[in-house]
Design a protein around this ligand. Structure first.
Ligand code: NAD
Ligand code: UDP
Length: 311
């Protein structure tokens, strides 16, 4: 298949590219390099089944494609809050442009949605039938509401035009190829610990997240994309093991052998207190569940961050 990945030079996009090329597909990546990097795709450039194009998804794009993964969107709060209007445009216009392309080419399209559609959830674990608790005017709204509107668009393109859609709700994912300045918690703590700098803990550190190693996540996305067409989602993809940010910091300090100390900082507004996916649906529909636990995944990430910091 010829597969288009928007946001293909980003963290998840680069791992997905590797998987799709390995499976024998052609990959066309489009990216505006807002948070993605050339380094992430350097190793594919010699592959005859790969090309990368600088393009902003808010502008229509055309190519002969059989399948689309719509990943373009800054995912780190630091970056999406830096350009909130651009973030919302990326979700909305990017989704419309890619859905139009899917419609025109009769291509299947997979949306990288997020656990953020649940906002600061009132139930735990979060199940797909939960409608969420999102502040529509807060500093996270550009991302959360953009992704919620994208989900609506995907289902409307399905209902109105019969476009073949798949919607994944991705929970916190980490691993190699995250940018050093990404700003999300795992990369921040690793970068800080490896340099013996203070660990920036927002709030009391008792808020929780459930971290999925990127190879597990890519496997879930792959299985969803190639599942039979009745499976549309939205479907949670994440690791259900939940940790406090203090536990994460302690683990990272231990595994890096760091002298870093924890420094408490104010909690940003609307920061969700808990997050844990119910993955029963993914287990049942895709026979998918994560296999790499946090300790192993952090260990596997340490080497990457060490090398990246030494460059
Ligand atoms: P990332 O920031 O590394 O990747 C996003 C990519 O999209 C980057 O390469 C960036 O340059 C590109 N991009 C941004 N705006 C664009 C635009 N207007 N046009 C073209 N390209 C654009 O983040 P990631 O973690 O790889 O996330 C990929 C996708 O998965 C995002 O849609 C994100 O919302 C979703 N997601 C990620 C996580 C996670 O924990 N990593 C969780 C939930 C959802
Ligand atoms: N966080 C932190 N220190 C950091 C970065 C993040 O304590 O340097 C906290 C953040 O407040 C949140 C959690 O870690 O409670 C996860 O943040 P991240 O930005 O990775 O993703 P989110 O799930 O909030 O979108």
């Amino acid at each position: 298949m010829r597969i288009l990945i928007t946001g293909g030079a980003g963290f998840i996009g680069s791992h997905l590219t590797e998987r799709l090329l390995r499976e024998g597909h052609e990959v066309v990546a489009i990216d505006n390099f807002f948070t993605g990097s050339r380094d992430n795709v350097k190793k594919f450039l010699d592959n005859k089944n790969y090309e990368v194009i600088r393009h902003d998804v808010t502008v229509p794009f055309s190519a002969e494609v059989d399948m689309i993964f719509n990943l373009a969107c800054p995912a780190s709060p630091v970056h999406y809050q830096r350009f909130p209007v651009q973030t919302l445009k990326t979700s909305l216009l990017g989704s419309i442009n890619m859905l139009e392309l899917a419609r025109e080419k009769n291509a299947r399209i997979v949306q990288a949605s997020t656990s953020e559609v649940y906002g600061d959830p009132n139930i735990s674990p979060q199940v797909e039938t939960y409608w969420g608790n999102v502040n529509p005017i807060g500093i996270r709204a550009c991302y959360d509401e953009g992704k919620r509107a994208s989900e609506a668009l995907f289902f409307d393109y399905y209902r109105q035009y019969k476009v073949e859609i798949k919607v994944a709700r991705i929970f916190n994912t980490y691993g190699p190829n995250m940018a050093l300045n990404d700003g999300r918690v795992v990369s921040n703590f690793l970068v800080q610990a490896l340099q013996n700098l203070p660990i920036t803990m927002y709030g009391d550190g008792l808020q929780t997240r459930s971290f999925c190693f990127v190879s597990d996540l890519v496997d879930g996305l792959f299985k969803l994309a190639f599942s039979h067409k009745e499976i549309q989602g939205p479907i949670n993809l994440g690791n259900p093991n939940e940790f406090t940010m203090l536990q994460l910091a302690e683990l990272i300090i231990e595994l890096t052998g760091s002298n870093s100390k924890i420094e408490f900082k104010p909690l940003p507004s609307d920061d969700p207190k808990q997050r844990k996916p119910d993955i029963s649906q993914a287990k049942e529909d895709l026979a998918w569940e994560p296999t790499i636990e946090l300790r192993e995944g952090i260990q596997a990430s340490v080497e990457y961050f060490k090398t990246a910091l030494s460059k």
